[in-house]
Design a protein around this ligand. Structure first.
Ligand SMILES: [Mn+2]
Length: 480
């Protein structure tokens, strides 16, 4: 492709020459003759000419297929140059904003008069890669510091939250990789081990051992790192660690020699991908597979809070990971035990106006409840699911919905925040209420009555919300 570049600044010319040649056939038009001679001596294809005159472009054989780049350094003559290019038949025109001239205001001003001209600011063009590079250097310095600090320790502990999830385990592996340790010199541990079947399957398939810990055994290590969790989580048992890497909001009340907390990231594995890349550590297929699975599951495959950096980490890890193994881990969601609870819900549950409610009775593990809630949301005519069960003398209630009008988090807060913990987002929410408080508020209910009561609560909530919505529409004077 042919390209005519109208530039006056030698640095810009040399840079464009380096970028565009040999992909483009480039000719520079320069106003100053001495500059033109110098550039010519440096083997740049350059012509001296007045850029404000149409015949300069006619001489240069400008056609509709020629790309024209015009440097804008803030001088008034830009409009004259653009007019001359237009009169000579130029249609593919780019203005390259340099320095303080390159503002959004300048771009708007030009667009008014020359709607087909594209405005590119040099700072924007170079800013992205440059900032990425600088951020990587800062990360590198930080990682090298903690690498050195940990290299002195003989026994290292990488601590995860209770019932570790894929992100926690993958982060453990990644950090061990960064610290250049093996499973005998850096132990991955948790106070309470893995229980959910899909997480157990991940631990088995990737051969991840999570060592059971107690507050006393934690003290036996020379260095302690925490990933995907912060010390406050352990309720005062641990108030000082050497390193914290986490993507949950930063919490007060502990000291850490080093920390890297980025609450706007979708997973801790995303942060650790940046650490690994910054220090050029080889990522094994096992670690990459774990991390890729972690990013996928922590962001619900990019349905939950996801950042550009999560996508970047994902595409970086993807070619390094074993995709078949990930499919196998995902299939682990379905187990015979879980199907038992699905059947139970199917037999005892009720579907009223697209709301499915069921009470599972006493369940040995909490994960059956959200699993059943997710499962029934897949049915065609189900828009809401509310599933309750008793775990360790607490009523656990999972709420799921589709559609954007009403908020699941609001529902659980409305009815259960006064007697237990209740919270969540628009589409998923959970309440945990001690059985005594539950009985005090709702009375002694049979399984059947409890299911009916849940239906009543949802109906009440949904109709109230509709009434408020209608009122708003009325006051706004919108008829439909
Ligand atoms: Mn996480």
């Amino acid at each position: 492709m042919r390209c005519l570049a109208v530039c006056q600044d030698e640095l810009v010319i040399r840079m464009l020459d380096e970028i565009l040649v040999p992909g483009f056939e480039v000719e520079f038009i320069v106003e100053s003759r001495p500059a033109s001679r110098r550039l010519h001596d440096a083997h740049v294809n350059v012509t001296a000419g007045d850029p404000r005159r149409t015949d300069t472009y006619l001489k240069a054989d400008l056609g509709p297929g020629t790309c024209v780049i015009i440097e804008d350094n803030g001088r008034r003559s830009l409009k004259k140059i653009l007019e001359a290019v237009r009169d000579a038949g130029g249609t593919l025109v780019y203005v390259l904003g340099i320095g303080s001239a390159a503002t959004a205001h300048r771009a708007d001003e030009l667009r008014g008069e020359f709607p087909d001209v594209a405005y590119l600011s040099m700072a924007e063009l170079f800013g992205g890669p440059l900032l990425t590079e600088f951020a990587r250097s800062m990360t590198r310095a930080r990682v090298q510091q903690y690498q050195r600090y940990f290299s002195d320790g003989e026994r290292i502990l990488i601590m995860l939250h209770n019932d570790p999830d894929p992100d926690a385990m993958a982060s453990g592996l990644a950090l061990r990789n960064i610290l250049r340790r093996t499973k005998t010199t850096a132990i991955i541990g948790a106070m309470q081990g893995v229980t959910r079947p899909e997480n157990l399957r991940m631990a088995n398939l990737l051969d991840i051992h999570v060592e059971p810990l107690t507050p006393d055994t934690v003290k036996e290590y020379d260095r302690v790192a925490m990933v995907d969790v912060q010390p406050h989580y352990f309720g005062g048992v641990i108030d000082q660690v050497d390193l914290v890497i986490d993507h949950h909001p930063e919490q007060p009340g502990y000291t850490a020699v080093f920390k890297d907390i980025r609450a706007d990231y979708g997973s801790t594995s995303t942060i650790l991908t940046e650490h690994l890349r910054a220090v050029d550590v080889n990522i094994s297929e096992r670690t990459a597979t774990a991390m890729l699975y972690a990013i996928k599951s922590d962001t619900l495959f990019f349905n939950r809070q996801t950042n550009r950096v999560d996508l970047e980490a994902f595409s970086y890890l993807y070619p390094l990971a074993d995709a078949a193994l990930i499919r196998k881990m995902e299939g682990a969601e379905i187990t015979v035990e879980r199907l038992d609870y699905v059947m139970k819900a199917h037999q005892s549950g009720t579907l009223v106006e697209q709301v499915f409610c069921a009470f599972l009775g006493a369940t040995p593990r909490e994960d059956f409840i959200p699993y059943v809630a997710d499962f029934f949301l897949q049915l065609e005519h189900v828009k809401w699911t509310v599933i309750a069960g008793i775990v360790n003398d607490s009523m656990v209630i999972s709420v799921r919905n589709l559609g954007y009008s009403k908020n699941a988090g609001e529902l659980v807060r409305r009815f259960f925040a006064d007697i237990g913990s209740a919270g969540g987002h628009r589409a998923m929410a959970k309440a945990v209420v001690p059985m005594r408080a539950f009985r005090e508020k709702f009375g002694e209910l049979s399984a059947e009555e409890l299911g009916a009561m849940l239906q009543d609560l949802v109906a009440q909530f949904l109709h109230e919300a509709t009434a408020v919505g209608e009122k708003k529409r009325e006051t706004a004077g919108i008829k439909n």
